[in-house]
Design a protein around this ligand. Structure first.
Ligand code: MEV
Length: 420
């Protein structure tokens, strides 16, 4: 009987770990080679990033072109497994250029850390005591990270709320922290832990959870673009996108997909820059749900008949610290982007989210999504069937003409082609 109970797995070398996995899962030598063959992220670095490392995992990285954001040109590295995403973003950015490109704005990089006090007998009095000692709490928080303070960041404010829960009344403290160019979770978590003994002293309650909130509602990035009616296919397309937008506003089933389309672009850049995509996803969807689940973008028609799109989204990303600094590809992606600060990166990401959403809506309204998807899908199928080089294009052409993009058909076509 094989067992997954492997004591001391973490102490083994990655080669030894891989051997254990090979044995457990009956891997072939070829499969083992796939896992252990690393690229620019070498095994030593990967081994220090997470635990129990046996290899690295690759994804395609594409470049979205045509982005003009606040008058500056950007090439956008995107890491994503889904066909059409990069092409769609580039296409939307090209259309936005005619209207002046994307114009952005943002709030300061403020993150929230939460400290939970349970069993508060006199919650309002507890709340008052915490607020009365706010300056001292901020002072203790700011003693934790001299580097952040040196760069102009630090704990700015505290908020205290009383929560009624089925486990009784809780008092929740928020530390509002300017994290500058960091993603900020580490800095905020350290501060939350550091202030908790003082909070216990003044309230008599030992804090339970002390952790960053991913609902980064104070760390917003905004972007706007004017898509000229003629450029995007005429008034029918403008009207169609407005209908699509209202559909998403009125229906959470559609809204989930609408926002997923935005995150196709957002997460691809977040991953390319080595940032925490789960944090950004959690932030985006929880922000969208603050007043009932709503789209992160808006669309209107201006007096000239152009479509005006906007986006407002929390983007908790960093340009220093974390895997951004450790992963050489992430650092290179930041160089390609040419962003100087986390704030600039967050605004670029917002622009990409808007572009991606516009592209999806336009495709859905104008031609249906499958046309673009299918040719890329057909390429994948052709390659899976074994087509190489020029064969790929020829197989794709026939698959699309047939209207049936199936691997068995691709194999058949390939066989026929090769037998001639
Ligand atoms: C697919 O990954 C994303 C879309 O479904 C987004 C949308 O429907 O708006 C095309």
């Amino acid at each position: 009987m094989k067992s997954s109970r492997i004591s001391g797995f973490y102490k083994l070398s990655f080669q030894e770990r891989l051997n254990k996995v090979k044995e457990f899962a009956n891997l072939t030598d070829e499969e083992v080679a796939f896992i252990s063959k690393t690229g620019s992220l070498d095994m030593g670095v990967a081994d220090r990033m997470i635990e129990n490392v046996i290899g690295t995992f690759e994804l395609p990285m594409g470049i979205a072109t045509n982005f003009l954001i606040d008058g500056k040109d950007y090439l956008i590295p995107m890491v994503v497994e889904e066909p059409s995403v990069v092409a769609a973003a580039s296409n939307a950015a090209r259309m936005a250029r005619a209207g002046g490109g994307f114009l952005t704005a943002s709030t300061p990089p403020l993150m929230i850390g939460q400290i939970q006090l349970v069993d508060a007998r006199n919650p309002h009095s507890t709340r008052h005591e915490i607020l009365r000692n706010g300056d001292e709490i901020i002072k203790i928080a700011n003693e934790q990270d001299p580097v952040l303070i040196k760069y102009g960041g630090g704990c700015r404010d505290i908020e205290v709320k009383v929560l009624n829960t089925v486990r009784g009344t809780m008092v929740i403290v928020h530390l509002v922290v300017d994290v500058r160019d960091a993603m900020g979770a580490n800095a905020v978590n350290t501060m939350c832990e550091a202030v908790s003994s003082f909070i216990e002293e003044i309230t008599g309650i030992k804090p339970r959870l002390r952790i960053v909130s991913n609902l980064a509602k104070f760390r917003l990035a905004r972007a706007k673009a004017v898509f000229e009616g003629e450029v995007i296919g005429g008034d029918d397309v403008v009207e169609g996108i407005l209908d699509a937008y209202e559909f998403a506003r009125a229906d959470p089933f559609r809204c989930a997909t609408h926002n997923k389309g935005i995150m196709n672009g957002v997460s691809a850049v977040v991953i390319a820059t080595g940032n925490d995509f789960r944090a950004v996803e959690a932030g985006a969807h929880s922000f969208a749900a603050m007043k009932g689940y709503k789209p992160l973008t808006t669309y209107e028609k201006d007096v000239k008949g152009n479509l005006v799109g906007t986006i407002e989204i929390p983007v908790a990303v960093g340009t220093v610290g974390g895997s951004t600094s450790v992963n050489p590809i992430a650092a290179t992606c930041l160089k390609i982007l040419g962003v100087k600060t986390a704030d600039e990166l967050s605004r670029v990401i917002a622009a990409v989210g808007l572009a991606q959403n516009f592209a999806a809506l336009r495709a859905l309204v104008a031609e249906g999504i499958q046309r673009g998807h299918m040719s890329l899908h057909a390429r994948n199928v052709a390659m899976m069937a074994g087509a190489t080089g020029e064969e790929v294009d020829r197989v794709v052409e026939i698959l699309i003409k047939d209207g049936s993009i199936r691997i068995d058909r691709a194999r058949e076509i390939l066989e026929e082609m090769r037998s001639k």
